[in-house]
Design a protein around this ligand. Structure first.
Ligand SMILES: [Zn+2]
Length: 278
């Protein structure tokens, strides 16, 4: 599933390619994309003639601000990703998974490809955005200025395993399975440690690791282990930098012990039993 670095990489690429272009038409081929079922039919008429004036992100949500004062929100979920096509490009072989498409007046297009159809798109007035995130109890974004060491400490006060707390979007917005495993390995914390048992020094290590790992993720264009691609169709290369994620049985890059895989909160979790002891 795309996490903060993949979403941020997508946002930056889309800012370079689709801002201020007039929308000629929009259409969807999968009703599952929309919680508001009417939108499946009406989104084309609503978006026609509008333009994206800014693109941002909160956690794993993409926020597209339109000139009309509307906001288009998107969540890529499991296999969704945005692709940008300019007028000269041929149809690619992934096109059978295109579920949503916006054509611009200049001949280019924004496509949403999603093999599993878990991705979601919402359209709302900008003024509803705060309420939308509030209803979902979405936490502070892991790279925002409000995300401080003190804030992280309060979010980790819980008897649940630290791994499941890092995945919880109502505590920290943006982390998912890959980057959580990398953060815990970097900070030498066992994924089953109870959040409330962490010392101040350990929380500090986790805080620093979150910033460092997410920034490395962005710098490398994200992880393209499965479906995720950058909007130009090319893969990111964070997967070549990962130390533990999906490396069960391989030697720990720090101490040489065999990396273990266990399941926490239904997610495969990878760690070094020697450097991350309980
Ligand atoms: Zn180790």
């Amino acid at each position: 599933m795309p996490e903060l670095p993949e979403v941020e990489t997508t946002v930056r690429a889309l800012r370079r390619s689709i801002l201020h272009k007039k929308i000629k038409s929009a259409s969807a081929s999968a009703h599952q994309l929309f919680e508001n079922k009417q939108l499946f039919k009406t989104i084309g008429a609503i978006l026609r003639g509008d333009t994206f004036i800014s693109i941002g992100r909160h956690g794993k949500y993409l926020i597209f601000l339109l000139k009309s004062g509307r906001v288009m929100l998107a969540h890529m979920k499991m296999t969704g990703h945005f692709l940008v096509r300019d007028k000269r490009q041929e149809t690619s072989n992934k096109d059978k998974y295109i579920r949503f498409m916006i054509d611009f007046a200049d001949g280019g297009a924004l496509l949403f490809s999603d093999l599993r159809k878990f991705g979601r798109i919402w359209l709302m007035p900008k003024s509803h955005l705060g309420k939308f995130f509030q209803q979902r109890r979405l936490a502070k974004d892991a790279l925002s200025s409000g995300f401080t060491e003190e804030y992280l400490h309060t979010q980790l006060i819980s008897p649940r395993p630290v791994k499941s707390l890092l995945l919880d979007q109502t505590r920290i917005a943006g982390l998912g399975n890959i980057y959580s495993d990398e953060v815990l390995w970097t900070s030498r914390i066992h994924p089953l440690r109870k959040g409330s048992s962490l010392t101040e020094a350990e929380v500090k290590r986790i805080f620093k690791a979150i910033g460092a790992i997410l920034k490395l993720g962005i710098k490398t264009g994200g992880s393209s282990i499965r479906d995720y691609r950058k909007p130009d169709g090319s893969p990111g290369y964070f997967q070549t930098k990962r130390r533990v994620y999906q490396r069960g049985g391989e030697p720990c890059p720090r101490c040489g012990a065999k990396i273990k895989r266990i399941v926490i909160a239904q997610r495969g979790t990878h760690f070094c039993p020697r450097c991350q002891n309980l």
